[in-house]
Ligand binder design. Sequence first.
Ligand SMILES: Nc1nc2c(c(=O)[nH]1)N[C@H]1C(S)=C(S)[C@@H](COP(=O)(O)O)O[C@H]1N2
Ligand SMILES: [Mo]
Length: 516
Amino acid sequence: MNLSPRAALAGVAAAGVAIGVAEIVAVLTGPLSSPLLAVGGVVVDTVPGPVKDVGIAVFGTHDKTALIVGTVILLCGYAALLGVVAVRSRAAAFAGVALFGVIGVTAAVTRHDAGFTAALPSIVAMLVAALALYYLVRLAVTADPAPAAPGGDDGRPVDRAGTEENRRRFLLALGGAAAVAVVGGFGGRFLTSRRAVTAARDAVVLPEPLRPAPAIPAGAQVRGAVPYVTSNSDFYRIDTALYPPQIDPATWELRIHGMVRNPITLTWEQLLRRPMVQRYVTLACVSNEVGGDLIGNALWLGTPIKDLLDEAQPLPDADQVVQRSADGWTCGSPTAVLRDGRDALLAIGMNGRPLPVSHGFPARMVVPGLYGYVSACKWITEIELTRFADFDAYWVPRGWSAQGPIKTQSRIDTPRDGAGRKAGAVTVAGVAWAQHRGIRWVEVQIDGGPWARATLAPAVSTDTWVQWSYVWQATPGEHFVRVRAADGDGAVQTGAPAPPEPDGATGWHSVQVTVD
Ligand SMILES: Nc1nc2c(c(=O)[nH]1)N[C@H]1C(S)=C(S)[C@@H](COP(=O)(O)O)O[C@H]1N2
Ligand SMILES: [Mo]
């Protein structure tokens, strides 16, 4: 192998060692102080609006992995370059390492609520990278049978046997570096997950609701549609958190302040003693495309937020309730909506279990009728009464509407797009939703023909989705099936296609079916 590839490898190995060690240090200083997660988090927060428009690219769960993998690949490229540079000039390479350290430190300490210790993993990584780079590049150079490059090592005469020895040492050092990187990286993640709040969550005993959950009416579940109640493990997850905040309920507090007469601080114990209700509410994401699955229905246990607000006594012109999470994310709901009597909850339970950590443990907001990005703050620690004129929540400067009522939508779950069926009776089924307004009717259309009423299944309340079905007498050929709904006010779902940004997608969902 020539010198340059060896030097590049040395650079990558040095970066690996540094990242591995940083992950171990981050076990002590908190997951978000890991330079990888910190830099990734900054990318999530600063990526321009249009890039986010490529759907949920940056905040969908798998895309988080993609983001980290992408960051690692970029880092490797940069490190390889530094390795090659180091052969010519150690000083230039060290400057490159320092630059990267500064980026890591800056990212880590500017995260919400980060203390100065958050800088530690990046600083350690920088020192380790510099040392490892120095050592590995020297080995890479001395393992070279040709005379060292000018300005390189010390230019002593070449000694063949020594070269062989150095080559072995170089390979050994690379192996050692890889081991540190892997053990540190995965071990660090593992130890971090051990420090997670799983134990605290397992210890939570949910209080009994004042009134039991409403019964699900017989027939609410239609064959072919998704489960009427979404399990916690199947529930969609959308947030900007690369690592979900780990909040111990024992230290959790919710502060209600701002434009109120009576600021309130609520501890976990106090929250558990408040009256609890249990409600089915269907949550939906504004990023959901027509026909998409960023929607789920769960049984939430929580205390009515209206009562808490009443106690705090908002000033008359405080028209926005800003919710802030432990990691600094914010959303803003209209005060009037949270106080109009709907079941807006400060929730602690989901389908009979404490909230899963990824869904907001220990407490989150759930508001029927508003998209999640303006109402469903997870890991909530603060509620601030203010005015829409005075404060823009997280997504607003990123191009999304400050107001986000859920739009009437309907979806065909069966047949799937592109499916095949035998001629004859074919069941078309799916869901429709217009939370808090309810669904009055659903209609199905075949090949642009007349709209026909589907059979509506009963639902628990207007706050959940409704399932529907329609028996279609299918004839051989290619067919095009569409659905639309009307909300409880009789307003028909618009067929005009619109993208999710800025306030929710519109248009009729359709599927193509081959009948033979
Ligand atoms: N702290 C925090 N809460 C958040 C978000 C977030 O990024 N951070 N995303 C919101 C969005 S956009 C949606 S759609 C819902 C999704 O809730 P879920 O992940 O429990 O389905 O959470 C909301 N609450
Ligand atoms: Mo969302």
